[in-house]
Design a protein around this ligand. Structure first.
Ligand code: GLN
Ligand code: ZN
Length: 763
């Protein structure tokens, strides 16, 4: 007798129409009550459980819902809200929750995640290698844990009352501690494990008493390079949790287990979930090592991408596992939080491209079809799935001979500039004759309500193209005039015509498709709608030349052309799974290289290629960093490689830990790099100094995330710090990042002070 069960590790919670965003923002505005917000949450949960049950899943997952972030929910569940918030007894749990997430406001500030007064929000950082951001727990020696939150238990009861068979889900104790930060340096988060485990045990017992058969406990850190103490701690921790009597499905994902495979298989739990997409090669070993009667859950449907599963291949992989074990659970590789909710309303997508895709709801159907097919039952959707896979494999929309030929014929030196940096620098200095400490900005100027309204009207068809274009040209002229008045040395056109730095290019390149509702939660109520890169990438015509030339025509000072780099376009899109990411990056690089060439030919002497996502593409395992960095930096260099020696290539990266990849950043060989440093008080620059970073650098001198206008003294002080670390002749002066989220008044005031500080440095 063979047993197959289907489940998910988590489901998107934002809602098909981003209902959660609407509900949250109304509540934050004060327009709705807590009870109304709770009702909106309950309605979403009920709908998402109904989708899981309706698709035929054997259980629904409870505990994946959160009003802001699942890690923040665990902070409250385990009663370890940082004392610095100083909550008095009167604050409701939700008030405290949003204070942690968004900061405590003593004034009314519309911008999210900033608290001008009161306690600042918890830090946010990326959830493993996804674009989801979680709130970082703060741990110290005095951190205590109690089973404080009743929310999870209440949600379990809610699902049970709706008649569902429930699997509860939790972040595991080791992953929870790993994700936190130590408040005091030298404090070891792992030392808290002893205090944390009894609370987990108590919770597991409560869940069991409530009739929950299975508890999914997520330990994705088993896919990371773990220090030995952390690996050891797993054995003790799970031995203790086993005493609760709960049946634990230990969930791992995002990464192969490698040296932790034996450990994961050995732990005293009732089941193990592994990522069958990113670690398909480990399935046989896991199957051998995982002793019966432990249950193996295979994450066979890609939870990180939007393509249909090749069900025949999946069946070929799963059938022998099922034969060997007799019981198998089928699931997506990881939580479906990282994909959009449903294709049902995507009416504008090209039908052929759409037929190749599966969002969360469609992935549920895939699980049901796989289960039926493996059980030898009727699987009516299998034929349709096969046809879609076949159509995608041979479609002329996907494969372009011209692109393949160009990649084939790429000459060896295509990723190198003509002359070494020193020679280029001399040529560029003679050409641009910029003062010492040249001033510039990162690209965007305020995206005002008027700009957004014009774009919305244009997209609706209410504003003719010619009118839209002249409105944008006027905005560009305004930005150029303001920059001249402020006295900046290298100007930008301001990016008024761009909705988003990736979408703008994707919309003009072959190989990209765009959804209407394909939203994915980034943090809190914020979502992104990544483009879908489905085919070979090519550029039909110039994408930025007209706007840039228009701007250059308005000023005698150099105007910097502004492009998004190949790695960032790749990283912020859903990309093909039918060829290596490296090849997709190379195709994008070639398309962007043509844009560099065209800008240059049109007389644009300075071109910036933004790569804010370069670092976030780093694989989770160190051993794979070099391979990634080699192709990623090459993609950048191929784009930049079209530039003549006298053309100055800039790049820009946002706040990131650069120190461990400085050789590769230097290998980009950009003539100028601008980075975000003001929030670290220039400390981020130390690494560049020690490394003797050879090319020019613009360390950001003020934080653009805050509306506060920095004063000239403060900027000058930062510049003096920078000049101690970097040769003054190589220093540029610029803000941390683009200015699109700011208003004009504060932008002009801030830039005027920045220019004044640069002048003092020259004097
Ligand atoms: N050029 C872009 C801008 O100024 C860069 C944005 C970014 O780094 N994320 O908006
Ligand atoms: Zn930036």
């Amino acid at each position: 007798m063979k047993t197959l069960q289907t489940h998910v590790l988590g489901f998107p919670r934002i809602g098909a129409r981003r209902e959660l965003k609407t509900a949250l923002e109304a509540f934050w505005r004060g327009a709705t009550s807590e009870a109304e917000l709770e009702a909106a949450g309950a309605a979403l949960r009920a709908r998402h459980w109904a989708l899981q049950a309706g698709a035929g899943l054997d259980m629904v997952t409870v505990g994946d819902f959160a009003f802001y972030d699942q890690v923040a929910s665990h902070i409250q569940l385990f009663g370890c809200e940082p004392a610095r918030f100083g909550f008095d007894g009167a604050a409701t749990p939700l008030t405290r929750y949003f204070a942690m997430a968004r900061g405590e406001r003593s004034d009314c500030c519309a911008s999210d995640h900033a608290a001008p007064h009161g306690s600042h929000a918890l830090d946010m950082t990326k959830w493993f290698d996804t674009n989801y951001h979680y709130l970082v727990p703060e741990f110290g020696a005095d951190t205590a844990f109690t089973l404080a939150g009743e929310r999870l238990l209440a949600e379990v009861a809610e699902a049970q009352a709706l008649g569902h068979r429930v699997k509860a889900s939790l972040i595991g104790p080791l992953t929870f501690l790993w994700l936190g930060s130590a408040r005091d340096s030298g404090f070891d988060r792992l030392s808290l494990l002893e205090k944390l485990l009894p609370v987990y045990t108590a919770l597991l017992m409560r869940l069991k008493a409530q009739g929950v058969e299975w508890v999914q406990v997520d330990e994705p850190i088993l896919g990371l390079d773990l220090p030995q103490e952390w690996r050891n701690a797993f054995e003790i921790a799970y031995w203790l949790l086993a005493q609760s009597g709960a049946r634990i499905m230990l969930a791992t994902y995002f990464s192969p287990l490698e040296e932790n495979l034996g450990l994961a298989c050995r732990l005293p739990v009732a089941g193990l979930h592994v990522d069958g997409v990113r670690a398909a090669h480990e399935l046989t070993s896991v199957c051998d090592w995982l002793a019966q009667p432990k249950v193996l859950s295979v994450g066979i449907v890609d939870g990180r991408n939007i393509w249909r599963t090749d069900l025949d291949t999946a069946i070929g992989l799963l059938a022998p596992l099922l034969d060997k074990r007799g019981e198998l659970w089928l699931a997506p590789s990881c939580s479906l939080l990282h994909v959009p909710l449903s294709l049902a309303d995507e009416t504008a997508l090209d039908p052929e491209v759409r037929s190749w895709m599966a969002f969360a709801a469609e992935k549920l159907d895939e699980l049901a079809t796989l289960k039926a097919a493996l059980a030898g039952a009727d699987a009516p959707r299998l034929a349709e799935a096969r046809a879609a896979i076949a159509s995608r494999a041979r479609s002329a929309r996907v494969h372009s001979d011209a692109v393949a030929a160009r990649v084939q014929a790429l000459p060896d030196g295509a990723d190198r500039r003509g002359a070494p940096f020193a020679a280029r620098q001399a040529l560029q200095r003679a050409r641009f004759r910029l003062p010492a400490y040249p001033t510039t900005t990162i690209g965007s100027f305020p995206q005002t309500a008027a700009i957004r309204a014009a774009r919305a009207a244009f997209r609706r068809g209410a504003l003719p193209l010619a009118d839209y274009q002249s409105a944008m040209r006027a905005e560009i002229a305004h930005a150029v005039a303001r920059q001249e008045a402020i006295g900046l040395d290298v100007l930008v056109h301001g990016e008024a015509e761009r909705n988003d730095m990736v979408e703008y290019f994707g919309e003009q390149l072959d190989g990209f498709a765009f959804t209407q509702h394909g939203w994915v939660q980034s943090y809190g109520s914020r979502c992104v709608k990544p483009p879908v890169l489905y085919g070979d990438v090519a550029r039909a015509r110039p994408m930025t030349v007209d706007w840039t030339v228009h701007a250059q025509g308005l000023s005698a000072r150099p105007v910097k052309g502004m492009l998004t780099g190949p790695v960032t376009i790749l990283q912020w899109s859903f990309v093909r799974d039918d060829q290596p990411r490296a090849l997709t990056a190379l195709q994008i690089a070639l398309a962007m290289r043509d844009e560099v060439a065209d800008l240059q030919a049109a007389g644009i002497g300075i071109i910036q290629i933004d790569e804010p996502a370069l670092r976030e593409g780093l694989p989770l395992r160190r051993a794979r960093w070099d391979a990634y960095l080699a192709w990623a930096t090459r993609a950048f260099r191929i784009t930049a490689g079209a530039a003549h020696d006298a053309t100055q290539i800039h790049t820009h990266m946002c706040y990131a830990e650069f120190n461990d990849i400085l050789p590769q950043i230097a290998a980009l060989d950009a003539d100028v790099i601008t980075i975000e440093t003001s929030r670290s008080d220039m400390a981020l620059l130390d690494g560049f100094g020690e490394f003797r970073y050879p090319n020019e650098i613009g360390p950001g001198v003020y934080d653009i995330h805050s509306p506060k206008v920095p004063d000239t003294d403060a900027i000058e002080c930062l510049l003096r710090k920078a000049a101690q670390v970097i040769p003054a002749a190589n220093l540029w002066v610029n803000p941390d990042c683009g200015l699109k989220t700011r208003g004009w008044a504060e932008t002009e005031a801030a830039l005027a002070n920045m220019v004044a500080a640069a002048k003092r440095m020259r004097a």
